[in-house]
Write a protein of this length. Sequence first.
Length: 67
Amino acid sequence: MNISANISAIQTNQSFLNTTANDIAGKKPDLTKDIPNLILAQRTNEANVNAIKTQNEILGSLLDIKA
C-alpha cells in the first residue's frame, strides 16, 4: 500500500495526457496512435485512483479497529 506511488503514477500519466493532447492539436496528429494512448492513460489513471480509494478505506478500517 503506497499511496505516494499511485499519486506519482497519476502525475506521470497527466503529463503524458497533456503531451498527447498537444500532439493531437498539432498539424498532423497520428490518431491511430494517439487515441489508443489517451484511452490507455485514462484507464491507468482510473486504476490508480481506485487503488488510492481502496487504500484509504483499508486505512480507515484499520484505524476503526484500533480505536
